[in-house]
Write a protein that binds this ligand. Structure first.
Ligand SMILES: NC(=O)c1ccc[n+]([C@@H]2O[C@H](COP(=O)([O-])OP(=O)(O)OC[C@H]3O[C@@H](n4cnc5c(N)ncnc54)[C@H](OP(=O)(O)O)[C@@H]3O)[C@@H](O)[C@H]2O)c1
Length: 271
């Protein structure tokens, strides 16, 4: 799709380029955290998705073409990053937050006017339920107010940490891909429950609540994962028997290697 630059009479505070999973989640989060829907315009090529967003979020602007705004979030796939930036370059948007994986700040800055402040973030999919964690990195022209602006946007869908851009490949390999690692563990545990005689339905319920409850316990108790693990591991007991198998079969080594592989892949994709 070609995005044509144009200017509306009422300039929105925020333009969200790409109303897919992440862009849509961000808009939901912003409206849920008190933003006026009329301050947001989503640019999205799919007419079906535009209708869906307009229905879900009454009052937001939706359109197929880029319009002027005070700030913009780029939430399109990395393959169309340049198109989106070049379209934004025809507007007077002064601040841009990119949530695209693997598109470096230097490249974004080269496609946007020298006057545009650029901030790059790496969110993760729990953002779609307001429980994400995003790492934020400043571009060469981004000032503290630009970072505070980006931080406020992403805080609508979860926690935010500020890091140098050099850390973003590691963030991608850890928290970006992290939900998939945990879902793999969940899949394996559900199968394991079935293997010891439980139904798929019961096993899924037990595993899902165990994951959600353990995450809550970890966050709310403030204790280390190690101390929580040790607290449920009596010498000679059932947990110890299970954990011994995991350690003997190299679960830690596999996890370390998985995060390293994902981090390397992120570095390759950014080249
Ligand atoms: N999902 C994740 O876990 C995750 C985590 C961190 C970062 N990210 C990043 O977030 C970005 C969005 O991911 P997503 O999962 O939300 O993808 P998605 O659901 O495919 O959303 C992208 C949306 O952008 C639209 N689009 C395509 N070209 C466009 C253009 N030129 N102008 C405006 N909109 C356009 C797409 O429409 P069509 O479908 O009609 O093409 C689609 O609705 C990606 O860059 C990804 O790297 C995702």
């Amino acid at each position: 799709m070609d995005i044509v630059g144009s200017v509306t009479a009422m300039e929105p505070r925020l333009l969200v380029v790409g109303g897919g999973r992440m862009g849509g989640a961000l808009v939901h989060g912003l409206v849920g955290s008190g933003w006026s829907p009329t301050d947001i315009v989503v640019v999205e090529p799919s007419a079906d998705r535009r209708a869906e967003l307009a229905h879900e979020l009454p009052g937001i602007g939706v359109g197929a073409e880029i319009v002027d705004a005070t700030g913009a979030v780029i939430a399109v796939k990395p393959a169309v990053a340049e198109d989106a930036c070049r379209a934004l370059a025809t507007t007077s948007v002064a601040r841009v937050l990119s949530i695209m994986a693997g598109v470096p700040l230097a490249r974004l800055e080269s496609w946007l006017p020298p006057s545009t402040a650029v901030v790059r973030a790496m969110p993760n999919t729990p953002a779609t339920v307001g429980a994400g964690i995003s790492a934020l990195a400043a571009g060469s022209r981004a000032t503290e107010p630009d970072m505070a602006w980006a931080e406020e946007l992403l805080a609508a869908v979860g926690h935010v940490v500020r890091l140098p851009e050099t850390s973003l490949d590691a963030v991608t390999g850890l928290s970006g891909s992290g939900p998939a690692y945990l879902f793999l563990v969940v899949e394996a545990l559900i199968e394991a429950g079935q293997a010891v005689g439980l139904s798929e339905e019961v096993s899924r319920l037990l595993v899902t609540d165990t994951l959600a409850g353990s995450a809550r316990l970890l966050v709310e108790s403030g204790e280390t994962p190690r101390s929580l693990r040790e607290a449920v591991t009596s010498p000679g007991g059932t947990t110890e028997a299970g954990l011994r198998v995991l350690e003997d079969r190299g679960v830690r080594v596999a996890i370390t290697a998985a995060v390293a592989a994902a981090t390397d892949r992120s570095r390759q994709l950014a080249r």
